[in-house]
Design a protein around this ligand. Structure first.
Ligand SMILES: [Zn+2]
Length: 268
């Protein structure tokens, strides 16, 4: 039995329609059972990939990271999961650029593979790219070997998209669920496992613009704490994320006006 919150289930690899439900309890849903396997890791890529990457990772944290470490008195990590998506990610990047702030994009490997130009743009504009498994998998249902394949195929897809390579320093487990194997495998690949401290619940969005829903997202994102890690979504392509896009400016303004620094999940 597994209880999932913030549940977004990938139903197809590249079409990436996502089903989100408030709480799913019990055995795997049929959607989960349809999850495609990540491409098998070859011997050559089972070890940490991207030794040629042009970014550097801090030493991986021993524990799962929820809040942003207090590297400065007030910092905030804006995080966007399940992309990249041609519909939503470019809009978010434009807003972030206008505001001169950086965010973290936890990408699904299949989407990174489908939209390498977007991965490249995210990295080129100074944002952090994280690993969110290849097929939005529930890692607790997978053998160690299949967990490895999820991690490594995603890192490969991200790295292949960025000139000079890119090594994700952070892993966010889909649904926020993981086991000790997950954390160990991520750490062995130089990645800290990162959850969140504030769920905006933007994944419950209606499929149309809604000002009241946007107010809820903003309110969920702006409960005043010193070091929040804020969970939002820019994917997948099949999901309606315009309400997230249209909430982000207000969230940025809220934290900017209070002197927060916008950092990655470990306060850099
Ligand atoms: Zn997700």
């Amino acid at each position: 039995m597994v209880t999932r919150t913030a549940a977004c289930v990938t139903t197809a690899v590249v079409a990436t329609a996502m089903i989100c439900a408030a709480t799913v309890t019990g055995p795997a849903s049929s959607a989960l059972r349809r999850l495609p396997a990540a491409p098998a890791a070859s011997a050559a890529t089972t070890a940490t990939t991207a030794t040629t990457a042009n970014n550097r990772c801090p030493p991986p944290k021993g524990d799962v990271v929820t809040r942003v470490p207090a590297t400065v008195p007030k910092n905030v990590a804006l995080t966007f999961d399940d992309g990249p998506s041609p519909s939503w990610t470019p809009q978010l990047l434009d807003i972030l650029k206008t505001n001169r702030v950086h965010a973290t994009f936890f990408m699904v490997g299949a989407n990174a593979r489908a939209y390498p130009r977007l991965v490249r743009r995210v990295a080129a504009e100074g944002h952090t790219v994280g690993n969110h498994t290849y097929s939005h998998a529930d890692m607790t249902r997978l053998s160690a070997r299949r967990q490895e394949a999820q991690l490594d195929s995603t890192t490969r897809s991200i790295s292949a998209a960025v000139r000079g390579g890119y090594k994700p320093c952070f892993f966010r487990p889909p649904f926020g669920v993981y086991n000790s194997t997950t954390v160990r495998l991520a750490r062995a690949r130089g990645m800290s496992t990162v959850k969140w401290s504030r769920d905006t619940r933007d994944w419950t969005s209606p499929s149309h613009p809604s000002r009241s829903f946007q107010r809820t997202v903003v309110s969920n994102a702006t409960q005043l704490t010193a070091h929040p890690d804020i969970l939002m979504h820019d994917g997948s392509e099949g999901n309606y994320r315009q309400n997230t896009v249209d909430s982000v400016q207000r969230i940025i303004t809220f934290y900017k006006s209070r002197g927060y620094r916008f950092t990655d999940p470990v306060g850099r």
